[in-house]
Design a protein around this ligand. Sequence first.
Ligand SMILES: *Cc1c(COP(=O)(O)O)cnc(C)c1O
Length: 356
Amino acid sequence: MKKHNYSAGPCILPQEVFDKSAQAILNFNDSGLSILEISHRSKDFVAVMDEARSLALELLGLEDKGYKALFLAGGASLEFLMVPYNLMKEGGKAAYLDSGTWASGAIKEAKFFGETVVVASSKEENYNNIPKGYSVPADADYFHCTSNNTIFGTQMKEFPSLDMPIVCDMSSDIFSRVLDFSKFDIIYAGAQKNMGPAGTTLVIVKEEILGKSGRIIPSILDYEKHIKAESMYNTPAVFPVYASLLTLQWLKKLGGVAAVEKLNNAKAELLYNEIDRNPLFKGAAAVEDRSNMNATFLLNDAAHTETFDTMWKAAGISGIPGHRSVGGYRASMYNAMPIESVQVLVDVMKALEKAI
Ligand SMILES: *Cc1c(COP(=O)(O)O)cnc(C)c1O
């Protein structure tokens, strides 16, 4: 039986993506070849890459606005260093918002390249909230933030307007809600949270911000080289890019980001209402910063852990134990999760209340 998969990543994808990917592994586009054995330079795969790149921009409303989409390797983690390599001037500085473990990972890499100003941090509160009311030094080369903190279950609802490039790690909430994406100059996201299997990273770059750092950048880390090579500077992750394209096509058919946002809001409301109503549970993140993608919550009395764990496992739920740095539970409700699966979890929480 298919599980209700709450994993934070790699994570649930639409069933249609599993079916079509499986078919493409056996026989891609009726070519008599598997997607796993074709050349990345073949006409069929070049078409996949082109469509994936343009559909990513289309779904975010960024077509014809000076952006290029790339599918790179190395995960979101490699972007932690590609961003400063490409944007931070020699002797320059960059501003970072420290809202979680991934944000602090990005800060750590930026420090190799120059002065890194942390404009605000919620580390002291174990990142249970998004820092607010900070100011960004006007002479920074760019500002970096993390839209959704996968581990702690917090999500930025507002973004600053600044006179400098804004870079955002959207790994765990890209394509999940409508934002004015043209506010950002670089958006990056590891595929495995809301778009595809692990192995590729979507990077969206506003071309005009490149080429200004004065640094000599190794080719494989240079966004301009990747753009020039149309995201084929070296062999791209053929299968993850194809599966990502299938997810983007599914999203477009569904009505795009605005349509999926409505579904995501409904799922999050259903679960948070139960967390707040049920006397056995409490939310782990500040209410105003709660993430619609990753809901973190705890049992008020840890003595009920074994009973609850037995019950959700029996209901076919998978992947809800919280990250070790938060404990408790984390229900990741990415785009492909149906509301019916959320109802199953809510029903288990209600059943626990009755059983105790
Ligand atoms: C998972 C995650 C990362 C790390 O992604 P990798 O692709 O494993 O490098 C970075 N940032 C955020 C917000 C994440 O959720």
